[in-house]
Design a protein around this ligand. Structure first.
Ligand SMILES: [Zn+2]
Ligand SMILES: [Zn+2]
Length: 554
């Protein structure tokens, strides 16, 4: 910088991106729905230095500045997936993947293929099966799996992660017998003679999961790195993740090695003791924007697919069943008050309207007490940003309550692509009209965040965008309550600024504006202008996190 100049020279950009169709995510002040677009963007260190016209941005070019030509491609803020299970996604690659198996035969064939390469007596673990996709929509049994293997213990989780099936060998090792009692919050399905059929619901699965040996450290790390590659390839620059504390320590290791290619905010388990939670929270500074801990996740209920989501009225296709609530209200409120009182953000998995109601009641009381006691929220303010994860079945009154309490609806529009096959049967038309109610949430002014629930659904954000704007199946043949559609601009906002708000990071993430983190994606098409069906086939050309390219298509 020379003193002779009347204006100091701005520091030079590290990288300048030119000739782009850059969707900044920043609303144009003069217009309601328009989003500012620019041609060029300058990056310095891990931040956006400036955006604007090429002639302006090129003034930031120095002798060392790298210039990248975007060839008029569409650029948008990186996807912030507000709800996923990264480690689980990785382990799924080490296990039998049953996602999309179209029949009991295919289900068994995939298990057999794994059995053939396994060590003698080795556990065969897998997940992703969905009997509602099979010609005969019956749950598999232990006898179905015994036909494939009686020597290997086999344990297979359903796609929703709420029920599982075990073979006879696994049940023996887990000591699930005729005499086993039903655990609280779970159920062992039995035949007419009282024998377990192999189906274990909710907490009943713990008898088996408790005896499965854990994968080695190296295997865990390999699995997690594979899942991280998936994220980079799909343009997910931030992940709000529900894995274990052990997995978090592996993330730290990966970060130390400079290989963490997505920012991670790790959830802690709501049920852990306050001491444990505080110790885990203090493991890293909350200001760390690469890897830190975030909200506490608790479970109000199960899932609609397995009919364990808690409903106010019984299932339309199962009139004696209203699902399985996971807490008693008074105890839940007590625990939540304690945790919000200690400055934790809390998010509850709630899928059915009964689960949502439990969460809202408890949030109301916990928030009131925290305000009275002037408790500071995770960001130092008094806005606690309590969240409900999924919020699939809601009543209009509940949606009004979300707004009143400023509760965030953290939803996954891609779930609808799978669930529309049976959601109407489960719920009946009256309830279904207010399910997956994205338009209603936005109309009421409820903050909306989008994610995928990966690996329950694939991590691609483009299925979610497609579902949000069409409410149609991927083959374009079915439609589900189109009045709950939202616009592409709204869907992108939920996936970027909305998710950032849900993790207290809207000051750093979600838009491409000077000073924000340089997290963005270059796509092969402009998702705001192609026909919706074309959105499904979108490819990511480049993913940039903190100014560094972490993925480039070849
Ligand atoms: Zn969940
Ligand atoms: Zn989940």
């Amino acid at each position: 910088m020379s003193l002779a100049q009347d204006q100091p020279t701005p520091p030079r950009a590290d990288t300048i991106f030119l000739h782009g169709n850059i969707y900044t995510g920043v609303a144009v002040a003069s217009s309601f729905h328009a989003i500012q677009r620019v041609e060029a963007m300058a990056i310095r260190s891990d931040r956006i230095q400036d955006v604007g016209k090429e002639s302006e941005i090129l003034k930031l070019k120095g002798p060392e500045t790298q210039i990248i030509n975007l060839d008029n491609h569409f650029v948008m803020p990186g996807f912030n997936d507000a709800h996923l299970h990264l480690a689980h996604a990785g382990f799924q690659r080490l296990t039998v993947n049953l996602v999309g198996a179209k029949s009991l035969t295919e289900f068994r064939d995939r298990i057999r293929a794994r059995v053939e390469t396994a060590e003698p007596g080795e556990w065969i673990v897998g997940s992703g099966w969905d009997h509602t996709l099979w010609p005969v929509k019956e749950l598999p049994s232990r006898w179905d799996i015994d036909e494939v293997s009686q020597n290997h213990p086999v344990f297979l989780q359903r796609v929703d992660g709420h029920i599982a099936v075990a073979n006879t060998r696994a049940l023996q090792l887990a000591s699930v017998t005729l005499a086993s009692k039903e655990p609280a919050g779970g159920k062992i399905d039995r035949d007419s003679s009282g024998q377990s059929t192999g189906i274990l619901r909710e907490t009943a699965r713990e008898a088996v999961t408790g005896v499965i040996p854990k994968p080695s450290h190296d295997k865990r790390r390999q699995a997690i790195e594979a899942a991280l590659r998936d994220l980079a390839q799909w343009g997910v620059t931030s992940a709000q993740d529900n894995s274990s504390w052990e997995d978090f320590q592996i993330y730290e290791e990966i970060q130390r090695d400079g290989k963490l290619t997505s920012r991670i905010t790790e959830w802690l388990a709501f049920n852990d003791s306050l001491d444990t939670l505080q110790a885990h929270r203090s493991a890293r500074p909350q200001s760390d924007n690469v890897l830190r801990t975030g909200m506490l996740k608790g479970f109000m209920d199960g899932s609609l697919g397995s009919k364990t989501a808690a409903l106010l009225e019984p299932y339309a296709d199962d009139p004696i069943n209203s699902g399985l609530p996971q807490y008693e209200q008074a105890q839940l409120t007590q625990m939540t008050k304690e945790r919000v009182g200690a400055g934790f953000q809390v998010g509850f998995h709630a899928i059915g309207d009964k689960g949502v109601q439990m969460a809202l009641r408890t949030f109301d009381e916990a928030q009131k007490e925290a305000r009275e006691k002037k408790i500071k929220a995770a960001n130092g303010g008094n806005d606690y940003r309590l969240r409900i994860e999924h919020a699939q079945v809601t009543t209009p009154l509940q949606i009004a309550k979300f707004k009143e309490l400023k509760v965030i609806a953290s939803t996954q529009p891609n779930h609808l692509l799978t669930d529309m096959n049976w959601a109407l049967d489960r719920l009946g038309p009256k309830r279904a009209a207010h399910s997956y109610a994205w338009a209603e949430f936005l109309k009421r002014g409820v903050p909306l965040a989008f994610g995928t629930d990966y690996p329950v659904e694939p991590v691609t954000p483009f299925r979610g965008l497609y579902a949000a704007v069409t409410r149609r199946s991927e083959d374009d043949k079915r439609e589900y309550f189109p009045e709950q559609k939202i616009s592409m601009e709204q869907a992108i906002a939920a996936y970027t600024t909305g998710s950032a708000f849900a993790e207290f990071s809207e000051k750093e993430k979600g838009t491409l504006a000077p000073g924000m983190l340089a997290d963005f994606v270059v796509l092969d098409r402009d998702v705001t202008s192609v026909p919706p069906l074309k959105v499904l086939g979108t490819r990511v050309l480049r993913t940039v996190v903190g100014g560094k390219t972490v993925y480039e298509a070849n």
